[in-house]
Design a protein around this ligand. Structure first.
Ligand SMILES: Nc1nc2c(ncn2[C@@H]2O[C@H](COP(=O)(O)OP(=O)(O)OP(=O)(O)O)[C@@H](O)[C@H]2O)c(=O)[nH]1
Length: 807
């Protein structure tokens, strides 16, 4: 045998070992090997035993081979071998006999000199993994046989193909076996040894059938015909053996193994091989081709085919090895630069890892990280999400007056007026009520700070790398230092945000340009009431039409409508043109609330202070206009308690410029109308009602009367509603400010501050010579992984060198 060939097989075997030792069966390297396939009892195990020349495979009825057996035959020169341990040295000069032995991968360092023991081990190992029933398992048993009598080969024995499940075999045993066989023979580097018994028609050969699926052109399939001795008298396999029946480039080889009887009769393999040789030599049909028949020829052919195959596949193997080497190198590099491992390099290594950690932290926040996820929001994007979606919507959902009942508001109004009878809607009540409401913003703002803080903590946990995971203590320390830094910033950020809200509560600026103001609030209250009343009226008319004969019900509906419509009156022009005009003016003001807010503010302040002739001035800007105001808008309504009383004292300070010329009388009228509400509520013009009728038809069911509201006087109801609107308006202004300010504060005090400080902090805390060795403690598992990777790379390198030398 050419040493070149042996080298080649040596390389392949070495790689095979490596694959089994380090990566398992699913390695990236598909190595050339001979895979034996055939139906059950076709004689596969017998062929293998013949090739090895020893009895070592399990025997029995039914399915025996239940796990793949990867059999590496390694030719060793006889004289270099050690003596068999059991061979007693007699002290004579007789040289130690060459011995053969087997070694299982699952039992390293144990040599099996007794082949019967090898058989028992295969049986035990099969049962260990595949169980003691007749099931199969795809995990292979790896056996090496060292012998001077074998040719170097790698053979894989697989379970035999069956048609039906017998005994306690799983129902899908055929499928399982087929899949397992396919897994091995589909690899382009496998040579398929298709074993078919000669006493069964070749057209029924399961082995050839399955081989054809992966090798349709018959380029890497060797046919083996067993049981030639069992063929019917007068028939022979000459046609098949000479390749005229079934085309296979590598041809068919006929063999005769021991029969069951031979085995039972303990016929030795040596005898059997001799008998086989004689069978061919003297058989009338085969004697001319005897040199191309039998086990010996088969073994030689397999060796040649395998070597040729290896040679042919070598460029591919080389390329594959290169790829694997590259990948392993890359993996190794991810564990860090080993040149940095010396003591003198510890400082720079720590600095390097630290800097990478810090920049990974920063880039995750900035969104410039190289491994940005496309599956979920991460880093800075999550912070943005917290600001806009979480914080934003939690602010949006706050109802500014939800927790204030009408009675609360009424009590606040009453309390703020003190012992005097109240003339106006008191400012104090608004102030008293709005301040605690601003507090509602506190909890979402705090939560926002917390969420961002938690997000930053999460980010710092994801800043590691494979290299860093090599040093778990350093990694933990880096996380700890950054977490400490973040925790330190949590306090100032929270406090600042808290003070932002406290600032809002410190001074209620009713001069704010976006504040609704009393006039607009009043206008909108009136508008809603009108709307409500219209509906009530329409509902009533509909009831009336549909239910003329039920005066009691009608009366009830009217009463309900009256209760719901409360004190509001209708301002339609026909009924009272001047009131309608006044209303329109007020309404148009509320639609365009540009200038003149100060006047409104002063109006309400006048009303609230109860000093209509000396209105309180809100801020410097309000001064000039406020001074012009001699009375408040509200006074027109509530200047006097008695119906018909005149609240207005002349000036119309509560109205915009256009309202300055307005006469007070219409408002006095309006106040009267509020009080006369019950009597006047049916005074609608019929034509206008038609439209209302349509509206009300959508809402036949009357809403229940709020007993709390019912308990209030008309005036009180109007006041509470007014206060409620003012609170909402003011709250919206504050909410907008907070929504804008809180994220900015968090970014400045927590996020950006941490980003800026992280590198320095890490250096100050961790760049200390005395803790270097502790920080650079290498994780045992990672170390083992890295070393394994190093070994793997070394083996690939060696293999690659050998392969390169050969080619
Ligand atoms: N007479 C004769 N008997 C053979 C020959 N080859 C195999 N046998 C017998 O056929 C039976 C099955 O042989 P095995 O080698 O166990 O067949 P197998 O394909 O390995 O069987 P499984 O591993 O169970 O699938 C045994 O009893 C062998 O003695 C042969 O060439 N001639």
């Amino acid at each position: 045998m050419a040493s070149l060939g042996e080298d080649l097989l040596g390389v392949v075997n070495k790689l095979q070992d490596l694959v089994f030792n380090t990566i398992g069966t699913d390695s990236g390297l598909d190595l050339p090997q001979i895979v034996v396939v055939g139906s059950q009892s076709s004689g596969k195990s017998s062929v293998l035993e013949n090739i090895v020349g020893r009895d070592f495979l399990p025997r029995g009825t039914g399915i025996v081979t239940r796990r793949p057996l990867v059999l590496q035959l390694i030719n060793i020169p006889g004289n270099e071998n050690e003596a068999e341990p059991s061979t007693e040295s007699t002290g004579n000069a007789s040289p130690p006999q060459p011995v053969e032995f087997g070694e299982f991968l699952h039992q390293p360092n144990r040599r099996f000199y007794d082949f019967a023991e090898i058989r028992r081990e295969i049986e035990a190992e099969t049962a260990r993994i595949a169980g003691s029933n007749k099931g199969i398992n795809r995990s292979p048993i790896n056996l090496k046989i060292y012998s001077p009598h074998v040719l170097s080969l790698t053979l894989v024995d697989l379970p035999g193909l069956t048609k039906i499940a017998i005994g306690d075999q799983p129902a899908d045993i055929e499928k399982q076996t087929r899949n397992l066989i396919m897994e091995y023979i589909a690899k382009p580097n496998s040579i398929v040894l298709a074993v078919s018994p000669a006493n069964v028609d070749l057209v029924n050969s399961e082995a050839l059938k399955i081989a054809r699926q992966v090798d349709p052109q018959g380029k890497r399939t060797i046919g083996v015909l067993t049981k030639l001795d069992l063929m019917d008298h007068g028939t022979n396999a000459l046609e098949i053996l000479s390749g005229r029946v079934y085309p296979l480039k590598l041809g068919f080889i006929g063999v005769v193994n021991r029969s069951q009887q031979d085995i039972q009769g303990d016929k030795s393999l040596t005898e059997a091989l001799k008998a086989e040789a004689e069978f061919f030599k003297y058989h009338p049909a085969y004697r001319n081709m005897a040199h191309r028949c039998g086990t010996q020829f088969l073994a030689k052919s397999l060796n040649t085919v395998l070597l040729a195959h290896i040679r042919e596949r070598l460029p591919d193997i080389k390329a594959r090895l290169n790829t694997l080497m590259g990948q392993t190198q890359q993996e190794l590099a991810s564990y860090g630069d080993m040149h940095f491992s010396g003591k003198e390099h510890r400082g720079s290594l720590i600095l390097q890892l630290m800097t990478r950690f810090a920049s990974s932290f920063i880039s995750s926040i900035d969104g410039t990280s190289s491994d940005i996820s496309t599956k979920e929001l991460c880093g800075g994007a999550r912070i943005y999400y917290i600001f806009n979606s979480v914080f934003g919507s939690s602010l949006e959902t706050i109802d500014p007056t939800q927790n204030l009942s009408v009675l609360d508001i009424r009590t606040a109004i009453r309390n703020s007026t003190g012992p005097r009878p109240s003339l106006f809607v008191p400012e104090l009540a608004f102030d008293l009520l709005v301040k605690p409401q601003i507090r509602l913003l506190e909890s979402p703002a705090h939560r926002c700070v917390e969420l961002v803080y938690e997000e930053l903590i999460k980010i710092c946990h994801t800043c590691g790398s494979t290299e860093l995971s090599r040093f778990p203590r350093l990694q933990a320390k880096l996380i700890e230092v950054v977490s400490d830094l973040l925790r330190e910033r949590l306090g100032p950020a929270s406090q600042y945000v808290e003070s932002l809200i406290a600032i809002q509560r410190a001074y209620v600026n009713t001069n704010h340009p976006n504040f609704l103001g009393a006039a607009a609030a009043m206008s909108s209250v009136i508008q809603s009431k009108q709307e409500k009343e219209r509906k009530a009226q329409a509902y009533e008319r509909r009831k009336e039409r549909g239910d003329r004969r039920k005066p009691t019900a009608l009366h009830q509906a009217t009463t309900n409508a009256a209760l719901n419509g409360t004190e509001a009156a209708d301002y339609d022009e026909a009924a009272s043109p001047s009131i309608a005009n006044a209303h329109k003016r007020v309404h148009s003001r509320s639609m365009s609330p540009a200038p003149g807010h100060q006047i409104e503010s002063s109006a309400i302040s006048g009303a609230i202070n109860g000093r209509p002739n000396s209105p309180r001035v809100f801020g410097p800007a309000g001064g000039a206009q406020a001074n012009k105001a001699t009375d408040s808008f509200l006074n027109y309504f509530f200047g006097q308690d008695k119906p018909g009383g005149m609240g207005g004292m002349g000036g119309a300070g509560g109205l915009p410029r256009s309202a300055g010329s307005m006469q007070p009388s219409p408002f006095g009228e309006a106040a009267k109308r509020f009080d006369r509400m019950e009597r006047e509520q049916n005074a609608f013009q019929v034509d206008q009602m038609t439209q209302d009728f349509e509206d009300a038809s959508l809402d036949l069911q009357q809403p229940p009367v709020n007993p709390e509201e019912a308990a209030l006087t008309d005036r009180e109801q109007l006041e509470t509603e007014l206060i409620r609107r003012l609170i909402s308006s003011y709250f919206n202004i504050v909410r907008e400010t907070i929504q804008d300010q809180v994220p900015k504060a968090i970014m400045h005090l927590l996020v950006n501050h941490s980003k800026d400080a992280v590198q320095n902090r890490l250096v100050t805390e961790l760049y200390r010579e005395e803790i270097f060795s502790d920080l650079l403690y290498e994780d045992d598992n990672i170390k083992a992984e890295r070393e394994k990777c190093e070994r793997l790379l070394e083996t690939y390198r060696q293999a690659s060198r050998i392969v390169n030398d050969v080619v």
